[in-house]
Structures are given as C-alpha cells and as structure tokens.
Design a protein around this ligand. Structure first.
Ligand SMILES: [Zn+2]
Ligand SMILES: [Zn+2]
Length: 371
C-alpha cells in the first residue's frame, strides 16, 4: 500500500483515513487515480478532489455507515463505489455488533480491491456478467447455537465471508484448531478471490495446461482431496514444495494459497518501500541480508527480485515482532519450488505472456527501463 499526502497541508495520510489529522479536510479515495485526496465541498453531496483537478465526485453510499471512504462519479447512476458494487449480501446492520464486523470486513475488502485495481485485473459485477461476475456475501451465522455455521469460500465468482471471521476471539480459535500459523480477514479475501481469478485467467484464459504443469492436475476429485487432507494432514515434506500445509490439499487450493501469498508479499513490500525501509544489518559481513526497498513491486521487479527483497525484510520484521512478544509477521518459508509457483502468479497478474501463452520477462524489463 502506498502512503498518501494531504494536498492542503502536506501531512502524510493513510488509506483508511476519513479526515486529515492536521488540517481537518475530508479525505476520499479516487480509485481511477489510485490516490487518497483531500476534498473541498462542492454543494449538496458533491466534493471536489484536490488531486488530479478532477470533476466533482460523491462518496460511495456505504460511506453513510463509515465502512467506505471511496469516491464515485457525481451524478452517476451507481451510488456504490467500484469496490462496493460487488457486495451482494451484507449483514443485518441493525445489530451493532454486525456493523462493527462489517466495517472490519470492508477494510480488508478495500485493500484487496486496491491490489486488483493496481494490476487492472478484470472486474465484472454479477449484473455485468451473471455467470462469472465477482460478488460478495457477508453472512452472519444463524442465531441457533447448534445450527450450521457459515462457511467462508468461493463458488463460481461468489465469495462468501463468514462474519465470525471478523471476531478476533473466533479467528484465533479457528487458527489454533486448524493449526494455521496465520489467519486474517485480508488473508481470506486474497485466498478466495484467487479461486475466482483461476476461473477467469487460467481456466477461461487459455492457461490451464501451463497452470497444471506448475500446480499439478486439478482434475482430481476436489471433495475427496479435501476430505483426505482433513483426515490425514499434509505430507511431511510439504514445506519444500508448498507455501502452506493447506496448499497440499488440492491444486486449486495450492493456486489460491500461492495467489494470496503473492498479494501479501507485493502489498507488504509496497508499504515498506513507501516508508523507504532499508535492511542492512551491521553484523552481516557478506551482505546476504541486505535489502533496499525503493521500488513499486506492483509494476517493476522480476519474481526473483521480489523474493530477494522479501526474504531479508521478513527476517528483520519477524525479529522485530519477536522483540515485542508477537507472533512472526510472516510465519512461512518460501522454498525454491514455491518461487516457481509465485512466478506463475506474477506473470498472470502482470499480464505477461497472456497473448502468446509463453512467459516473457520482456515487458517487465521495459517497465523497469521506463522507470
Ligand atoms: Zn491536511
Ligand atoms: Zn464503497
């Protein structure tokens, strides 16, 4: 995630901010400019962004609940922003706890959309593509305590997020039960949308054979594979070939897990780069732990360069977290075989080789040269 600057007072402002902490200006995110901007009132519901000298805009209707700070065209048909128009079902917010949970869900969802929009990935709503459009259902568990629970998951473009995943006690309980080193709302969004992009970029995008060569044959029975995983667990050598134990369950899950990790890595590196982070331990005589984070990993850098920057950064951040008595920031190790899987995702989101079907780093070098 980028850092932003208030156009009025030069204060640093952050993605989720609603007002500038220094000058008090109202702030809103303009997705087409990929920027958070200070706003001047323009009468009625209209605001003039100070970034980009753009036309007047209005807030997404979900700003009324303080769950969205994105802007949309003033006078346009759609009252919802480009991120919120994918919401199919939201919880019953007459219950105050649901509103609190929905807000956390929207924070994570908007960070997901930031990434999807940075890569200009295809985004169709259900209205635009009734068969494969992307839609979200944020569902609370039924009131009966022994009744069925909402399952977080993906089904043909419809991503369901259980409201319970916004409850920190519940998320920790499930994390421990499933022996996961990491579980978060943002992780769920990144994983589940990975299944959606497998559908449209891999299966329908002419890359199925390449994907199978990297992740394995996905034609094996999915339900049986998951059942086997939950009964027998992951093979002992999984860290050499997979990014997580769950990724071993089926090639579709391997793809979604690797996709999620790629999004974690790129967005976290962008954040570190925005802060000008440099890792250069004085005790490192060989320079193997050096990383200067000063590049935009959404646009430049090969997968090799991204992983080379990521590794020293994560070792440092994990150590910092341990100093605070916190769990590791990134409790995973990326094996060489996993880098090859990340390379597939990297090429996919950057659109590399999408037309020829052959991977090429040429476009990447051009982007690096143009920088
Ligand atoms: Zn300001
Ligand atoms: Zn919105």
């Amino acid at each position: 995630m980028k850092l932003f600057r208030c156009q009025v007072c030069d204060n640093i402002i952050y993605f989720e901010n609603r007002t500038c902490g220094r000058c008090g200006h109202r702030l809103g995110y303009v997705p087409e400019l990929e920027t958070l901007t200070a706003l001047e009132p323009a009468g009625g519901e209209s605001w003039t962004p100070l970034a980009g000298k753009g036309a007047a805009r209005r807030f997404c209707a979900n700003a009324d609940y303080d769950v969205c700070n994105w802007l949309t065209a003033a006078g346009g048909q759609d009252r919802l922003c480009v991120a919120c128009r994918h919401n199919d079902t939201i919880p019953d917010i007459s219950q105050p706890s649901h509103l609190v949970a929905w807000r956390d869900i929207e924070f994570a969802k908007h960070r997901l959309f930031y990434s999807l929009l940075r890569w200009k990935l295809p985004l169709k709503t259900r209205a635009e593509d009734p068969a494969h459009g992307l839609a979200f259902e944020f569902l609370a568990d039924p009131p009966h305590p022994t009744g069925p629970k909402v399952m977080t998951g993906h089904d043909d473009g419809v991503v369901t997020i259980a409201l319970a995943e916004a409850d920190s006690a519940e998320i920790e309980k499930r994390r421990a039960e499933l022996a996961e080193p990491y579980r978060s709302l943002l992780g769920h969004f990144r994983h589940e949308v990975g299944h959606h992009y497998w559908d449209i970029l891999v299966r329908d995008g002419g890359r199925l054979e390449q994907c199978r060569a990297t992740f394995g044959d996905d034609s094996q029975d999915y339900e049986a594979a998951l059942k086997r995983h939950y009964e027998q667990g992951a093979p002992a050598d999984w860290p050499e070939r997979f990014v997580s134990a769950y990724a071993t369950s089926h090639p579709w899950e391997d793809f979604a897990e690797t996709w999620a990790h790629y999004l974690h890595i790129v967005d976290t590196l962008e954040t570190a780069s925005a802060f000008g982070v440099r890792i250069a331990p004085a005790v490192d005589r060989e320079g193997a732990h050096f990383a200067k984070l000063d590049f935009d990993p959404y646009v430049v850098g090969t997968i090799g360069g991204i992983v080379e920057a990521w590794t020293p950064f994560v070792v440092a951040m994990n150590s910092v977290n341990r100093a605070m008595g916190r769990p590791d920031l990134y409790p995973f190790v990326i094996a060489p075989a996993v880098v090859e899987k990340l390379r597939f995702i990297h090429d996919l989101v950057r659109g590399l080789g999408r037309t020829s079907g052959i991977r090429t780093e040429g476009a990447e070098q051009l982007a690096a040269a143009a920088r």
